[in-house]
Design a protein around this ligand. Sequence first.
Ligand SMILES: [Zn+2]
Length: 103
Amino acid sequence: MSETVLMIQRCNACGEAVFPARYRCPRCGAADSASEAAAGGAVEESTVVRHRVGAQGGGDVYLASVRAEAGPVVIARSDTALREGEAVALVIDTDMRVWARKR
Ligand SMILES: [Zn+2]
């Protein structure tokens, strides 16, 4: 599976970092922004989803809210359990799913 670094949007008017991308900045309303790499962050909370209605096979899915170094909180999947405070890299796959990878 191909992965690329997760990109976030930063408002050119006020500097607010936004994820997911929006047409207008939620802080100041400007429609002028640039993309930058989120790179990584720290796990704030994590959970595991063990039973999914309608899921085809597959095992547990780990989910974490990650405070990106750039500012926004991103919900990411993980192959493994993550601890609060753990440093992770943030990537996005070809299905546009965000993954937290242990650094
Ligand atoms: Zn703004």
